[in-house]
Design a protein around this ligand. Structure first.
Ligand code: SF4
Length: 331
């Protein structure tokens, strides 16, 4: 029996592509990827709607390294979509033999995204994947040269589509025809496409790209973040869940700050590798922590602080930071 592996992102297009091939009587297995920037939840939800068996592949480390130096650059934010697609296809391509599958399917649509899904970009993705003659794009296949799978009769080209452009109308009509009713917005779920996250990642890469680890990426997802200097960043929690998440990531060289006499946000000073907070930076961090406490309108607030590996606390008395001052540092 002919079998295909379908890249399943959790968006509508990839699930439509998989479903179109399923309807040709071909066995389809979904492959979704897990990285520091996206997980498998949306893909699981979408796959369940069409009874698609799904295999999750964790490529966190290699994907993170790729985002530091994407050969084909970034999209609107920090999303290196061309390199990311090529990497996913390369991984899935390497699984063809083991999964006894004949070819790969993607949900790409010609000219849907100006940077990553134009003709040139699709060609680059195909070539850089190392599996160029095994990739089928069912949604826009009729706008592209016939693939080996179509020429050899594994797939009926006349039952594929020729969708192109930014409009989602054709995909929405097709979804309705195929009984797919519940789907997320396009690109939803990838943090690299979100402006605020992209801003934080850019900051991290500007400071010391080479040393960034998956734990650093977990840190930039949390709280309010302030770049105080090239040596230090402050994270200020917004709720108790963020505090719990942050606690798991505390290292010995981090400095934890809390207001001593009232409730408020916890602050964590995150130093750049090999650096420490200067006295002025510690004071500024304490002022910001005081600003997000119950005593934010008082003239003087006592803030306690300790290193991640320290038993007791030290104390510093500060005036809470002013709103306009915060804006200078906010990421
Ligand atoms: S939106 Fe994110 S997951 Fe999708 S191709 Fe671009 S970088 Fe990769």
């Amino acid at each position: 029996m002919t079998r295909a592996l379908a890249l399943t992102s959790g968006g509508l297009d990839s699930i439509l592509a998989a479903k179109l091939i399923q309807t040709q009587g071909i066995d389809v297995i979904g492959i979704c990827f897990v990285s520091a920037f996206f997980g498998s939840k949306n893909a699981e939800k979408m796959a369940a709607q069409i009874g698609l068996p799904l295999k999750a592949v964790d490529f966190t480390v290699e994907h993170l390294e790729m985002t530091k130096h994407p050969k084909n650059g970034y999209g609107k934010n920090m999303n290196p979509c061309i390199d990311c697609h090529a990497m996913m296809l390369k991984y899935a391509g390497r699984m063809l033999e083991e999964m006894e599958a004949d070819f790969l399917i993607t949900g790409e649509v010609l000219d849907q995204r100006p940077m990553s899904q134009n003709k040139k970009a699709l060609d680059i993705v195909r070539k850089e994947s190392d599996f160029e003659d095994k990739i089928l794009r069912p949604l826009c296949a009729q706008k592209l040269q016939p693939t080996r799978m179509e020429l050899e009769g594994l797939v009926d080209r006349s039952r594929l589509f020729g969708i192109s452009g930014k409009s989602r109308k054709a995909q929405m009509e097709l979804a309705a025809q195929l009984g797919i009713v519940d789907y997320p917005t396009p690109a939803g779920g990838c943090l690299l496409t979100e402006p605020q996250f992209a801003n934080r990642l850019r900051d991290l890469y500007n400071i010391d790209k080479a040393s960034v680890t998956p734990e650093d990426i977990r840190l930039i997802k949390l709280g309010r973040q302030f770049r105080l200097s090239p040596a230090v960043k402050l994270i200020s929690t917004r709720n108790s869940q963020e505090y719990i998440d942050l606690r798991e990531l505390i290292r010995d060289d981090f400095i934890i700050l809390d207001t001593a006499e009232c409730t408020g946000s916890t602050g964590v000073i995150v130093p750049t590798k090999g650096m420490t907070a200067a006295d002025g930076e510690l004071r500024l961090a304490a002022e910001i922590v005081a600003r997000y406490s119950k005593f934010k309108d008082q003239e003087q607030v006592v803030v306690k602080y300790r290193y991640g590996n320290q038993e007791g606390h030290d104390f510093i008395t500060v005036k809470p930071a002013r709103e306009e001052e915060l804006a200078k540092y906010l990421l």
